[in-house]
Design a protein around this ligand. Structure first.
Ligand SMILES: [Zn+2]
Length: 179
């Protein structure tokens, strides 16, 4: 079995994409009782004793997060959390045009962590300077939080190769870029 239908999208219990696995692995997880099938391909797998549809999307039945490491605090994961959008002006941009901003500046005791770092374009970053948003008269699009998802960057799928059965589930983390 080659091509698109040879791959299965693995979702967390909360329906967030975790990774892409082979359909053989998906079947193994299914028989181990670890996943349920959410979407199927039209192709069958036939053996002497059974015929089943190839799983397109499977979902873990138990919480995945408990054993998962927290999302790594990194520049790229900050961008992913903020959907590559400047959190002040809302401009969406590629990585070279983005930087990160301390909401409360370090000079005023702001920490370098998930709740005080946001994605910003260079213009907004410069305009804001060493001030809080309030002092600078700027507004955050959303309050920064520590994400509880698996960072989108762990799943690298180009839009063109995504099976239709996956699309409802990939929407979440916004890793499908329009290119
Ligand atoms: Zn901006």
């Amino acid at each position: 079995m080659e091509g698109v239908t040879s791959r299965t999208l693995l979702l967390s219990q909360g329906y967030e994409p975790i990774k892409v696995i082979s359909w053989q692995r998906a079947i193994t997880l299914l028989f181990l009782g670890k996943v349920e099938v959410v979407e199927e391909y039209t192709d069958d797998i036939r053996s002497v004793t059974l015929v089943i549809k190839i799983p397109a999307v499977v979902r873990l039945l138990r919480a995945f997060r408990r054993h998962a490491k927290p999302v790594k605090f990194s520049r790229v994961n900050i961008y992913a959390r903020d959907h590559y959008r400047c959190q002040y002006c809302g401009k969406k941009a590629g990585m070279p045009e983005l930087t990160y901003d301390h909401v409360v500046p370090r000079s005023q005791g702001g920490r370098t962590d998930w709740t005080n770092i946001v994605t910003a374009c260079y213009d907004c970053n410069r305009k804001k300077g060493g001030r809080t948003p309030k002092q600078a008269g700027m507004h955050l699009l959303s309050q920064p939080v520590q994400p509880n998802w698996v960072p989108a960057m762990t799943i690298r799928i180009s839009t063109r190769s995504v099976p239709e059965a996956w699309q409802d589930y990939l929407y979440w983390t916004g890793e499908l870029r329009e290119d």
